[in-house]
Design a protein around this ligand. Structure first.
Ligand code: MN
Ligand code: MN
Length: 250
């Protein structure tokens, strides 16, 4: 069941409308790192997550993301409200589609479900969510740095803050399963290269905890300084319709 309250979760007050900034804000409405992506990702994940506690967490955060989508939408409405003030109204997307928001990103690309990462295993889902929160946080930082309106900045800072909180929640959830620093999950065992690190970019090589020392299964990283191919050169393809090339000899 859904019940909607018309009050926003936090106040949304734009001081000086700026349609160009409104176009930037579309990135967090219909963009890849936006609130629609986050809301639908966590909500759809919650359908197939079997653990009731994690399902509850995902649904709490999904609903908050819908509240964020609403706040970003209200920001865009206010930034595009004065469409007749030509100097302010310098945003091609709104000139074409009218007052926002719309389900496109800041470049006008339509929102797509391919932005959403979900399915198969709750560990995959929770890791994807840490990535989603990082993307959202980064976009809010970019927006805040370009924002000249104090009221808008206050809203965006709150939205950035909440993504930090959500990332922490997902990290704690993974940690509670011992999966925050254990890359292995699922039921298929990796092959014998699981501890092998290939040095495939030569020159100015560096060593660190990512290529030396113990890994999750108690083995140590095996750093291959100068990797050689284990396979052979594959045979040429057979294509009877291809051009028969005879080269002239000089
Ligand atoms: Mn959010
Ligand atoms: Mn979030």
């Amino acid at each position: 069941m859904f019940v909607h309250r018309k009050e926003t979760i936090m106040p949304v007050n734009v001081g000086a409308p700026d349609a160009r900034f409104g176009q930037y804000l579309l990135e967090q409405f219909g963009g890849a790192t936006g609130e629609l992506t986050a809301a639908l990702q966590y909500w759809v994940q919650s359908f197939h997550v079997t653990d009731p506690a994690l399902r509850d967490m995902l649904q709490d955060i999904a609903m908050e993301e819908f509240s964020h989508l609403e706040m970003v939408g209200k920001l865009i409405v206010q930034h595009t409200a004065k469409v007749d003030q030509t100097p302010v109204y310098d945003a091609p997307l709104f000139q074409m589609k009218g007052v926002g928001p719309h389900l496109v990103d800041s470049q006008g690309s339509a929102w797509t479900a391919t932005y959403v990462q979900e399915g198969g295993n709750v560990i995959r889902d929770l890791r994807a969510n840490i990535s989603a929160e990082a993307g959202a946080r980064q976009t809010y930082e970019a927006l805040i740095k370009r924002c000249e309106d104090q009221g808008t900045k206050q809203v965006l800072t709150h939205l950035l803050t909440r993504e930090v909180t959500h990332a922490q929640m997902f990290m704690k959830a993974l940690d509670s399963m011992g999966k925050l620093d254990d890359p292995m999950f699922g039921t298929i065992s990796p092959d014998d290269t699981v501890n092998v690190v290939f040095n495939l970019s030569h020159g100015d090589d560096h060593r660190g905890p990512w290529n030396e020392g113990k890994i999750y299964n108690g083995q140590s990283f095996d750093y291959i300084e100068d990797p050689q191919p284990r396979g052979q050169i594959p045979p040429s393809p057979i294509n009877p319709d291809d051009e028969k090339i005879s080269r002239k000899s000089k």
